[in-house]
Design a protein around this ligand. Sequence first.
Ligand SMILES: [Zn+2]
Length: 350
Amino acid sequence: MNEEQLLKYAREISTNILGRIAIADLTKEKGAEKLLAEIGHILDQYSLQVDEVLPDAVLNHYFGGADEATKALRDIVDKPKPISRIIHEEAVGNIMDDTMMDMQSAIRTAKASAVSTVTNALDSVQGDIAKGLITGEPRKVMQQHVAKSFEAEGLTAFITSDGKKLPLDFYAMTVTRSKMRHASIQGNVQRYKENDQDLVQIIENDDSCAVCANHNRLVVSLTGETEGFPTIDEIELPPYHPNCRGTISPYAIDFKSSKEVEQALARNDEYVEGEDPRTEEQKKAYEKEQEARRRANEEKKQYARWKGVMGDDAPKNLGAFRRMKRQDTVKFQELQSEYRSISQRISGGG
Ligand SMILES: [Zn+2]
């Protein structure tokens, strides 16, 4: 399993737990206990996979970054120094520790939130049944109630400082993608330092967000030893966000003309923290791309839901589904009403 497959695994945890709720007999204490044990087990299994997959993934991204740096160094030095194990082991070890600490604490939080959500939902629904506020077949009513609470906030992995509850799959994706980019950049950084290449230039795509655009083409000093250039404490290196595509490349000042150095210094002077230097056109292009991505993502999720509910009745692949939806064909409308009626039956009309 690689880290992307691990993210897919994380996305399936909720569905998996909802499946257990759907067959649990929560009218009996034993049934509720069994469900809680199963949820614990599902999250323990995930935790084991995280332990197995993520350290290796960090290692791969880190040394992938170091290899990139070696290639870039070959253009500016005759013979890059061999890789020193001590330097890199420490750097990569720190990133692994951070990554694992974030993930394991997220899993612990998710476990606690799942248990308390299910327990609270059970308590409240039992109370309502006892008071006669809810009628219907108790087993079904309880399953539905617990499933709804669980879907709403059963797998909270992290609570932000402003009180936002982040679900486990989303949080795992954010941590994993950011840490992998970070590992790759750090592989570059340590390799450059090892070869006394102090200056690096931040390179971003043209279609980037405000933060990336603001850092594009800045030249910074890794150690603070080159006068006239900001350090990486003053100007951070990428990644600036999950899925950030920013990279760094060595800035070999000895090979630059005085005019080129002047231009680099002038670019550095333009930098204002927190500013968005993009033209209106660039902003629009970026928004448009984000919108297309959001839509594609939405369609992907919707297709997965259709597939889950309608099985072989659903379009046979995502591409077919997309075409049908974008053209809003009659077949699409028929399938849409089929999906709605099935899912209403499942959730008991609610
Ligand atoms: Zn960006």
